[in-house]
Design a protein around this ligand. Structure first.
Ligand code: GTP
Ligand code: MG
Length: 326
């Protein structure tokens, strides 16, 4: 039973619609990976999060080191993992290149205070090779056996990180499939970097309601940040309405807010009542001092003061409120 070198699915030539399909079983790459790599296309894969939980449970049975990869720009509840994983963990906070360059990294590291066996934390950027040498040293320092698992939410950047490690620290010439859309890696994939270190990629944990799965290609290009985010700060002293493209509206009276979104997105501000986007899904939300509204796949909005805010959001997109991050 051969597996696809890009996503880990078992290769098969029976069913075009199922994972691992290839017309020729001599191929090492499935058709889906081929299309993602060459045409930036992605067929949605219906995955059950119970598959992922089974993988986590198996990792939890081992004594091996785990790298928990977190996308600093889009992260979700990490304590969900603690029921399954008692392993030693290095917390790898990635995509540093997207956050403003002048943030205090110490504060970011302190923010992630998890009730798990975190041996060490590090801020990296796979894109910019930032702190990868230090991470590689830490892996070799903390690993308990050859095997080191790489886990986290979907799109966190797990496979991209492993590809960088392959490039920097091994003689391998195959690489993993990566993509801006969720559910790229479909099963565990062993990457023997050298005789003493085997990195194991895993599929990511899913969160329903990712905006990237609900907009067209043109909008995707605007939503996904390519470089450092410039926060957009607004002082609000009267009834005001903020409209982001065609998928988000925020009604606010007196507050200070900061948008952390891709610089390519258009934010319009209205000073009087408007029916713009009033047909979107409406939420009345209560915010405490210094909290973020995190929109799944889009970014976040920092609200400085306790308030009641009306949020209109594209149907199907999920959000949550957290203690402010930056
Ligand atoms: N800006 C930036 N983007 C990154 C970085 N690392 C990964 N990405 C992007 O994040 C997206 C997801 O990356 P993947 O490596 O496919 O994520 P994954 O965690 O393997 O996702 P699944 O396989 O679905 O679990 C891709 O568009 C990557 O290019 C980084 O350091 N900086
Ligand atoms: Mg992956």
């Amino acid at each position: 039973m051969d597996r696809c070198i890009g996503c880990g699915a078992i290769l098969q030539s029976d069913d075009k619609l199922k994972d691992g399909y290839t017309s020729n079983l001599q191929n090492k790459l499935c058709e889906r990976c081929f299309r993602i790599r060459n045409y930036n296309e992605q067929k949605a894969v219906v995955k059950d999060s119970s598959d992922y939980i089974d993988i986590l449970k198996n990792i939890g049975q081992t004594d091996d080191l785990v790298l928990l990869v977190v996308d600093l720009f889009n992260f979700f509840d990490l304590n969900k993992l603690k029921d399954y994983i008692n392993n030693d963990i290095i917390l790898v906070l990635t995509k540093r290149d997207l956050l403003p360059s002048d943030i205090y990294e110490e504060r970011i590291l302190d923010y992630f205070n998890l009730d798990m066996n975190i041996k060490d934390k590090i801020i990296i950027s796979s894109q910019n090779n930032y702190h990868l040498d230090t991470l590689y040293k830490k892996i070799n320092q903390y690993k308990k056996s050859k095997n080191v698992y790489v886990i986290g939410y979907t799109s966190a950047g797990k496979s991209t990180l492993i590809n960088k490690m392959i490039y920097n620290y091994s003689n391998l010439d195959s690489y993993l499939t990566t993509s801006y859309l969720p559910t790229t890696t479909l099963d565990m994939i062993n990457i023997p970097l050298n005789d003493d270190l085997n990195l194991i990629d895993t599929p990511g944990l899913l969160v329903d309601g990712n905006i990237l799965e609900l907009v067209d290609k043109k909008m995707l290009k605007k939503i996904i940040p390519k470089n450092e985010i410039k926060p957009k700060i607004y002082q609000v002293n009267s009834n005001q309405i903020f409209v982001v493209e065609d998928f988000l509206r925020l009604d606010i009276k007196h507050n200070n807010i900061v948008f952390f979104l891709a610089n390519t997105l258009k934010i319009d501000r209205y000073f009087k009542e408007s029916d713009k986007l009033a047909t979107l899904e409406k939420y009345e939300i209560e915010i405490d001092d210094k909290q973020d509204i995190v929109i799944n796949g889009l970014g976040f909005i920092k609200v400085m003061h306790k308030d009641k805010i009306t949020l209109y959001l594209k149907k199907g997109v999920s959000f949550y409120i957290r203690k402010s991050f930056l």
